[in-house]
Ligand binder design. Structure first.
Ligand code: AHG
Ligand code: MN
Ligand code: MN
Ligand code: MN
Length: 332
């Protein structure tokens, strides 16, 4: 089967999805439709974000989410938009979201897919016009269709993902995704309302000289991470930390680098969520030739036990991730 059809730069996302589907004669097209639904919700959220300063949608919503975070208005809006698009699309039976305590049953009992979503990533950056994003993972349900999705359907490990991606609302808006045959990036042209293939078959550099972590918390990092950060300084690496995982990840994916969110004394399992953030980016980085680990285990092989579980994340260029792991191993 030819998964690497040469699809030219400038092809629209819709056409790209259609061409890819042609390589699978028995595919029903449901996953393709689901990806289109996500792209549509991404366009809607992009519009809300672009106008945020003009509408009354900046600032706090006034409630905390299950993560113990103060929700921003746009966290809530993005969550509603994505859930609505997935419900209307019909391919998804169950959604899990960073912003929702419990699973969301869409009512589409015939839907074959489960979606895990971080509707708005980097929400502390909304009000200051800095890049933010949306992260998603798609799984095939394990239970028979005809009923709601189960907790077992939702708690699959990352190796079970059938697709994953993110939208970055940045200096331009992009959709980057994988279905397990490489990673492709599409840039949004707002004047046409379309995503166009701009970054075909993304491969991350094997090595780099950028490290991304919140060094303000260094005093509560494990000794091995402190030592690795010293190593970065001894080697004159550049520090780059936006504070939006999607944006930090995207830069490192294209330019080379490593992103680290370790365990801290305040957050012994790190801060980032396995189901909404880590698994999707791990799948993408591996498809681009990179690596993702919690320091001792490949992210995608962690067996989830709860929806909102957190894990330390070290992700990026393979040689840099290996180096961090060396420091971790030498500590134990
Ligand atoms: P979210 O906005 O979805 O809750 O995610 C915030 C995450 C992630 O985007 C970012 O990398 C990290 O929090 C930043 O945390 P610190 O402020 O602790 O560095
Ligand atoms: Mn949050
Ligand atoms: Mn996030
Ligand atoms: Mn979020």
């Amino acid at each position: 089967m030819n998964f690497n059809l040469a699809i030219p730069v400038g092809t629209t996302l819709d056409r790209f999805i259609m061409r890819k589907q042609e390589a699978f004669p028995f595919a029903t097209g449901e996953l393709s439709q689901l990806l289109r639904d996500i792209a549509l919700a991404g366009k809607i959220v992009n519009r809300e974000i672009n106008r945020a300063g003009l509408l009354d949608v900046t600032g706090a919503y006034g409630q905390q989410n299950v993560q113990g975070e103060d929700q921003q208005k746009l966290d809530v809006i993005a969550n509603i938009r994505f859930i609505r698009a997935l419900r209307n699309g019909g391919e998804v039976c169950t959604i899990i979201s960073e912003e929702e305590d419990e699973v969301i049953q869409t009512g589409n009992k015939k839907g074959k897919y489960i979606v895990a979503i971080d509707p708005l990533d980097g929400s502390s950056n909304i009000d200051v016009n800095v890049s933010i994003g949306t992260i998603f993972s798609i799984y095939r349900r394990k239970s028979e269709t005809g009923s709601d999705g189960t907790m077992e359907d939702c708690l699959q490990n990352g190796t079970q993902q059938v697709a994953a991606g993110y939208v970055i609302y940045g200096s331009s808006t992009m959709l980057v995704y994988t279905t397990g045959h490489g990673v492709n990036g599409f840039t949004y042209d707002p004047s046409l309302g379309e995503f166009f293939l701009s970054h075909p078959d993304i491969k991350t550099p094997a090595n780099g000289n950028v490290y991304s972590c919140n060094e303000g918390s260094v005093n509560s990092f494990p000794e091995s991470i402190k030592q690795y950060l010293n190593y970065c300084k001894e080697n004159n690496y550049s520090a780059r930390y936006i504070g939006s995982l999607v944006a930090d990840f995207h830069r490192n994916l294209l330019k080379g680098g490593v992103y680290i969110y370790p365990s801290t004394s305040k957050a012994p399992n790190g801060k980032l969520r396995l189901m909404y953030e880590c698994n999707a980016l791990a799948y993408i980085v591996e498809q681009a030739g990179g690596k993702a680990t919690n320091g001792i285990q490949r992210i995608m092989e962690i067996e989830p036990t709860e929806l909102h579980q957190r894990c330390p994340l070290i992700i990026g260029s393979p040689e840099m991730v290996d180096k961090v792991e060396e420091f971790i191993k030498s500590e134990v």
